[in-house]
Design a protein around this ligand. Structure first.
Ligand SMILES: [Mg+2]
Length: 384
C-alpha cells in the first residue's frame, strides 16, 4: 500500500494577486480580464464564490452576479514563478513529485514516515511551511492512490487536510455526490442522475456491467473509482538518459568563487556517477536558481563525449560565468549531463595522454567507491 499526497493551492491565482496587491485581501476578486470582455473566469476568490461565481464561467455572467467584484487580467508569469517555488519545495523533500497542473501536485509519501512522521501531522507542517514561506494557502488530501487523494483534497477547502486511511477509501467516498468524481461533468452527470445515481456509493453498489452499458469505458472507470481503486504510480518526467546533481544552499550565496567551489564538487560527483555506469556524456548543462526563485539553465554540447571531471567542471564553470549576470544571491546550483553514450573499450584509439588520464580516472573511481567522494580530488586549474 502506498501513501499518496495530493496538494492543491487554494484559489491560487487570487492568492498570488493578493501577494502582489495586499489591498485585495477579503474582497471578491476575479481573474479573467475585462468584465465586458469575452473571457472566462480563470480563478475567483472565496468571497466571489459566495455570489455563485465559479471558474470557467463567462466573465460577463460573473459581472452580472457581482458587479462590485474586482476584475483582474492576471499576472501569469508570477503564477508560474510561485508554482515553481512550491514544486521545488516539494522536490527538496520527495523523490517522486508529479505536477498535475499549475497549482496541483502529487507526491509519494510511502516510506517517509521515519523522516517526516505521520502523514496528517506532516501535512499540517507542510501547509504551514507553504503559507509561511510564500503566503499561499493550500489543501491536502491523503490516501492510497491519486484518484481518492484528489477527491479528498476537494473535500475540505480552503486550508483543509483530509486523510483517508488505507482500507477506508470506499467508505469515505460513499456519501459524496457523484459529481465529486473528476470527469463527471455536464455530459455524464445528467445521465447518472437520470438513472438514480446520487452518491458515489450508489455507483459502487451498481453492477459494473450496467455502468459500462450506460457510459461505455468511462462507466467501468468510474465504478472502479467509486470502489476506491486508483492509480498509485506517479508519472514523473524522467529523463533516464541523464545524470544530474544539485546543491541547495541553506543560505543564499553571492560569491563567484564559492559557487565555483560547489560546481567543482558537483562535477566530481556527476563524473563519478557517469563512470560508475560506464557512460560518457556529450552535453553539460548547469542550473542556477536565484534567491527570488527565478531559474536559468545553460547547456553546451562537447566535441567529444567525456567522463572526465576536469572537462565537465571547466565546461560548467564557463557556462556559469557567462550566465551569472545578476547580483542576486544563488539558492541552488546544479550540473546536468545528457546525451549519454556507453563508454566503449576503444581506448586504444585515443592519444596516449588520454589513455593515461582514463586509467587514472578509473583508479580514482575505484578509490572513491571505497572511501567516498572526499577521498580524492583531481586537479583542475586553480583548484586542488
Ligand atoms: Mg487549486
Amino acid at each position: 500500500m502506498k501513501t499518496i499526497f495530493h496538494l492543491d493551492m487554494d484559489a491560487f491565482f487570487v492568492s498570488v494577486e493578493r501577494i502582489l496587491d495586499p489591498s485585495l485581501e477579503g474582497k471578491p476578486v476575479i481573474v479573467g480580464g475585462d468584465p465586458n470582455g469575452r473571457g472566462v473566469v480563470a480563478a475567483c476568490s472565496y468571497e466571489a464564490r459566495k455570489y455563485g461565481i465559479h471558474s470557467a464561467m463567462p466573465v460577463k455572467n460573473a459581472y452580472r452576479l457581482c458587479p462590485k467584484a474586482l476584475f483582474l487580467h492576471g499576472h501569469y508569469k508570477e503564477y508560474v514563478r510561485y508554482s515553481n517555488a512550491v514544486k521545488f519545495l516539494l522536490e527538496e523533500k520527495f523523490q517522486l513529485v508529479q505536477q498535475a497542473s499549475v497549482d496541483e501536485f502529487y507526491f509519494d509519501f510511502t516510506g517517509c514516515e521515519k523522516i517526516y512522521g505521520k502523514p496528517e501531522e506532516f501535512a499540517k507542517k507542510l501547509q504551514d511551511e507553504i503559507q509561511h514561506k510564500f503566503s499561499l494557502p493550500c489543501s491536502i488530501g491523503i490516501s492510497s492512490n491519486k484518484g481518492v487523494s484528489k477527491i479528498a483534497t476537494d473535500f475540505k477547502k480552503p486550508r483543509g487536510i483530509t486523510f483517508v486511511p488505507h482500507g477506508k477509501e470506499k467508505e469515505f467516498l460513499a456519501p459524496l455526490a457523484v459529481e465529486r468524481i473528476p470527469g463527471v461533468g455536464k455530459k455524464t452527470f445528467p445521465i447518472l442522475r437520470a438513472r438514480g445515481f446520487k452518491t458515489i456509493g450508489d455507483i459502487a453498489n451498481a453492477s459494473p456491467d450496467y455502468l459500462a452499458a450506460v457510459l461505455g469505458k468511462f462507466g467501468t472507470d468510474i465504478w472502479n473509482r467509486a470502489k476506491g481503486f486508483g492509480n498509485d504510480i506517479l508519472s514523473v518526467e524522467h529523463d533516464r538518459k541523464s545524470i544530474s546533481k544539485e546543491t541547495t544552499f541553506n543560505q543564499d550565496i553571492v560569491g563567484k568563487t564559492e559557487i565555483e567551489n560547489h560546481l567543482f564538487e558537483l562535477a566530481a560527483k556527476v563524473a563519478q556517477l557517469l563512470r560508475n555506469e560506464n557512460f560518457q556524456a556529450s552535453t553539460v548543462s548547469i542550473k542556477l536558481r536565484y534567491s527570488d526563485f527565478s531559474t536559468i539553465t545553460r547547456a553546451k554540447t562537447l566535441h567529444e563525449p567525456t567522463d572526465d571531471d576536469k572537462i565537465i567542471f571547466e565546461t560548467a564553470a564557463k557556462l556559469f560565468h557567462n550566465a551569472y549576470s545578476r547580483r542576486v544571491g544563488v539558492r541552488l546550483i546544479g550540473i546536468h549531463l545528457s546525451n549519454l553514450s556507453h563508454s566503449s573499450e576503444q581506448e586504444v584509439l585515443f592519444e596516449d595522454e588520454d589513455i593515461i588520464r582514463k586509467r587514472m580516472l578509473n583508479a580514482v573511481t575505484k578509490i572513491r567507491d571505497k572511501f567516498g567522494d572526499k577521498a580524492i580530488h583531481i586537479g583542475a586549474e586553480g583548484k586542488n
